[in-house]
Ligand binder design. Structure first.
Ligand SMILES: NC(=O)c1ccc[n+]([C@@H]2O[C@H](COP(=O)([O-])OP(=O)(O)OC[C@H]3O[C@@H](n4cnc5c(N)ncnc54)[C@H](OP(=O)(O)O)[C@@H]3O)[C@@H](O)[C@H]2O)c1
Length: 287
């Protein structure tokens, strides 16, 4: 029997991570399994103690993807965090170190953030943002990882949000000594901004809001890069309108794909066949 991996969230039933990782495991002929774990906030501590060894079945878990609403709360339950993850303030990956390679033999749960790496890779595939203007719409958890990635790539970032305080707090947090100052504003300031890259990170464009877009079509310019991280539907109204104005598109699912690729590398210390993970994701998104 192989080890167990999975995604924890609440709700977790719509997660596409199982499809993506099952495809990756299949390619390597691995007998590990990947499952969904529906965990309410009040169960989180006990669940992680189970992984540390308090529960025979959960002790089989060697890695987790972490989704809403646990990304921030889980930070207080892990034993180690890298510097990027501390700066972003959210964990989307747990890696178990079972102690077998260390003298003290203690089981450690390490928290990491691969969302920023997923966003960075998706952007780098299409453009070099160093010294370029990036406008990020939204100031939630996903925006934090994307703003961090853009600051790492030395872009000039402006965060626009419905709630100004949140945009201002995030801009202040990511305005470092070595990085350009991150600016903040309201969504209604968009027409006064310049953007080589526009990133949309709110939930507008999906579910009940599927036919809405926060971006007036007058904002689009030929050649501007538009990255809508909403991937259900695969083509949002924002993407449709941006294409019509000859913008270049970064598909939202690419961030999900590349954050998963990095998770696989952290768990197994080798690269997955990312194209197989992509095929599986697209099959699910198109069905
Ligand atoms: N592609 C990927 O890999 C990926 C990864 C993570 C998340 N996502 C997607 O990104 C979206 C945001 O996730 P999150 O974790 O950042 O959520 P979050 O932390 O709850 O933040 C939500 C953001 O959306 C804004 N917002 C919500 N409803 C709005 C509305 N009607 N009009 C204007 N702004 C609105 C909020 O503004 P206020 O501050 O004013 O409330 C906030 O900035 C979700 O759709 C999620 O599925 C995609």
């Amino acid at each position: 029997m192989g080890n167990l991996y999975g995604v924890i969230g609440h709700p977790v039933k719509h997660s596409l991570s199982p499809a993506m990782f099952e495809a990756a495991f299949w390619e390597y002929d691995m007998d590990d399994e990947y499952q969904k774990f529906e965990i309410a906030p009040e169960q989180l501590g006990a669940f992680l103690d189970g992984i540390r060894g308090n529960d025979e079945e959960l002790a089989r878990i060697y890695g987790l993807s972490v989704t809403i609403p646990h990304k921030e709360a889980i930070m207080q339950h892990v034993d180690a965090l890298d510097a990027h993850t501390k700066a972003i303030g959210a964990v989307n990956t747990i890696v178990k170190d079972d102690g077998s390679e260390r003298k003290d033999g203690r089981v450690l749960l390490k928290g990491a953030n691969t969302d920023w790496i997923g966003a960075k890779r998706a952007i780098e595939e299409v453009m070099d943002v160093e010294g370029k203007d990036v406008v990020v719409l939204g100031a939630g958890g996903a925006a934090a990882a994307i703003v961090y990635a853009c600051v790492q790539m030395k872009a000039r970032v402006t965060i626009l949000n419905r709630t100004l305080d949140r945009a201002e707090a995030m801009a202040e947090r990511f305005s470092g000594e070595d990085a350009p100052v991150v600016k903040a504003g309201l969504l209604t300031d968009l027409m006064n901004c310049r953007a080589n890259l526009l990133v949309h990170t709110t939930s507008v464009g999906m579910g009940a809001d599927a036919e809405r877009s926060l971006v007036p079509v007058e904002f689009f310019k030929r050649g501007m890069v538009v990255f809508d991280i909403v991937y259900t539907p695969l083509e949002t109204r924002l993407v449709r309108e941006a294409k019509r104005h000859e913008c270049r598109i970064i598909p939202g699912y690419k961030m999900l794909l590349y954050q998963g690729e990095r998770q696989f590398e952290l768990w197994f210390r080798k690269k997955p066949r990312t194209e197989k993970m992509e095929e599986a994701l697209l099959t699910h998104l198109q069905s």
